[in-house]
Design a binder for this molecule. Structure first.
Ligand SMILES: C[S@@+](CC[C@H](N)C(=O)[O-])C[C@H]1O[C@@H](n2cnc3c(N)ncnc32)[C@H](O)[C@@H]1O
Length: 226
């Protein structure tokens, strides 16, 4: 099916104004939207289930405003390197660093080019991030490179729904949705992406959570470098 549009902006708006509007939105509005959208009750329950399982030297991918930080368990987690591409989003994570039980280092880093040595991390954590990374294949290859051979990728991600009618709406709405949501795609099949990019799924749960159905189909589990 053809995309409805490549981007959504008020009719008649010039390309240069669109760029300015988009930059203003991404810098001033998006960090607050991400912060609020990522702390619903259902999402907090998923964080509580998965984040405490992270152990050793940990990389958190697209850490956003730091909602996972309080769930790292000091009994297993030694250190967390929390990266995000957006300095404006990261600024909102600072208060959560101070209250975390585990040492957390915040870095402005692009997940597509991770500045870390091969086989450094025991665990990579990614929650609601794989939808937004532009070249997700490249980022997954970087995750594989920096994970130890027996390391784990713990993921909780929304993506392509199993129900065909919802999936159709996800594909139709993604081009417009990306322009207001920090490039979030509604229609990525996370399980397929992981297996196609040489991860083996040792645990996978899929299903619908609360919220609008286009963003409520969740993939959660553990993947290991294949
Ligand atoms: C929907 S937010 C989720 C934030 C956080 N993981 C959470 O669970 O609350 C997606 C995050 O991915 C970040 N992001 C997008 N592309 C990225 C990239 N290439 N490298 C690193 N972070 C990226 C965004 O800046 C944003 O903070």
């Amino acid at each position: 099916m053809r995309a409805v549009c490549n981007a959504w902006y008020p009719v008649g708006m010039q390309a240069s104004s669109r760029g300015t509007l988009r930059r203003w939105w991404d810098r001033r509005v998006l960090p607050t939207l991400i912060d609020k959208a990522c702390k619903s009750h259902a999402i907090l329950e998923e964080r509580m289930r998965w984040v405490p399982q992270a152990s050793g030297d940990i990389l958190e991918l697209g850490a956003g405003t730091g909602h996972n930080f309080r769930f790292y368990d000091v009994a297993h987690a030694v250190h967390v390197t929390a990266v995000d591409i957006s300095p404006d989003v990261l600024a909102k994570a600072v208060p959560h660093v101070r209250t975390a039980a585990v040492p957390i280092e915040l870095l402005q880093v692009d997940a597509q080019t991770l500045p870390f040595d091969q086989h450094r991390f025991d665990t990579v954590v990614s929650t609601y991030t794989m939808c937004s990374i532009d070249n997700i294949e490249r980022a997954l290859s970087e995750v594989r490179r920096v994970l130890k051979p027996r390391g784990r990728l713990i993921f909780v991600e929304h993506g392509l729904a199993a129900r065909p009618s919802t999936a159709r709406w996800q594909k139709r709405l993604t081009p417009a949705w990306r322009t207001i949501s920090g490039d979030c795609r509604l229609d990525r099949n996370i399980a397929a992406l992981l297996t196609e990019n040489n991860f083996a799924l040792s645990e996978l749960t899929t299903g619908t959570t609360e919220g609008p159905s286009i963003a409520a189909y969740i993939y959660q589990g553990i993947a290991r470098p294949g």
